[in-house]
Design a protein. Sequence first.
Length: 116
Amino acid sequence: MAVWLGWLVLVLSIMLFLLVLSVLISSMSETSFDTNESFECGFFTGSDIHLPFCVHFFIVGILFVVFDMELVISLPLIVANLSEPVWLLWWLVYSIILFIGILLEVTCGSIDWGMW
């Protein structure tokens, strides 16, 4: 029990030291308009008025997440035994759903890069 308490005190001491050090370092830096304002998604928030949000960037982000998950889910199929009908069926259903999704995005005009 004493060993765990010693480790706990050591870890908490290191965390407190790093916290104090970061506060000291951040207070020494010069502040300006650029460093105090947030910059998110290409829009400056320098005013109180909300800028219009471009839905196209949101859709592209969602598509990135979907196809990133497709890659993560498809990677185990490389080492899986594809001769089993269960794996083949799930992979086929998954691929068809993704293909239908990309066709819907193209036909609805969400992936029209010409207007951007």
